[in-house]
Design a protein around this ligand. Sequence first.
Ligand code: COA
Ligand code: ZN
Length: 317
Amino acid sequence: MKLPDRVTMCEVGTRDGFQIEPDFIPTGQKVDVVDALSDAGVPRIEVTSFVHPKVVPALRDAEDVMARIKRRVGTRYAALVPNDKGASRAVDAGVEAIHTVLSASESHNLANVNMTIAESIEKLRGVFQIAGRAKLPVVSGISTSFGCPFEGRTPIAQLESVVRRLVDLGASAIGLADTTGMANPRQVTEVLEHLMPRFPGIEWTLHTHDTRAMAIPNILAAMALGVTHFDSSIGGLGGCPFAPGASGNVCSEDLVHCLHSMGIDTGIDLDRLVAVSKRVETIVGRALPGQIVKAGKWDRRYPLPDGVAARLPQRAS
Ligand code: COA
Ligand code: ZN
């Protein structure tokens, strides 16, 4: 399997994760998590979203969070926005990149942002203008790229047409999101093999949810085709409030562990990341789905059981 030497991870736990937490997470705790992720060397963080505060009350403190986080050189602090109003708020709050959202399926786009895809594209035109004036990079996320909980599998032609419209607006970075974990590795391969040659020069990101335990296999399939940007969520937090059946993103520390164990560099300090995950478990008050927090790293060793040491055959030196 041909894999890249290095990948760039974007942490989305404080946005995709915290947005569906039933209890409001105090601003100071959100800031602590972002700062701890920065200290762990995470290169990109989707800190929060600038959406309607009544629609996603969990993130109604977006401005305060952005104002209070410590900025580490080497980390890019982004926020998710659905429209021009969100983009203006994000620019005023000092984001370093704008992540946009629309869906590849009409039903999910209406459920999520109350717009048809065509209406979203018009709003995103304004977002690109605002980002352009502020000289900020834009990553255009496409929810339900592979499947929609209302419509089923997303036809490639439908996804391609949304990508085309984004590229026409000026998109140079596109995030394909598997919002409810419906994609499988063969489908990821087919979609990327279709899109990558048609849109050369695009920086592709894969945004996965582990709803059906296929996130890491999907990421491997994408890496094998040269994709090097992945979203993930600390502890495996996450889920879209407007997609029934949604659950957590691929777990950041599990993915970093998987990559590091194969010799793929992320620039992230895994031990520190695991510590952040444990802290987030205390904040949300429950165990999270991550495996490495429980199992330890692959090279963990245990003491020998009684009597085994004495009976081990001597190794020839
Ligand atoms: N931030 C804050 N307020 C916003 C806003 C934003 N990004 N966008 C619109 N508003 C305000 C408008 O100013 C307007 O306020 P007013 O009534 O005081 O004039 C009001 O919301 C209605 O504006 P409208 O454009 O009609 O929005 P809407 O009610 O159709 O809602 C969205 C559209 C996109 C703002 C809303 O559906 C939303 O925030 N969705 C986000 C969903 C999400 O985060 N999903 C999870 C992530 S994938
Ligand atoms: Zn998501």
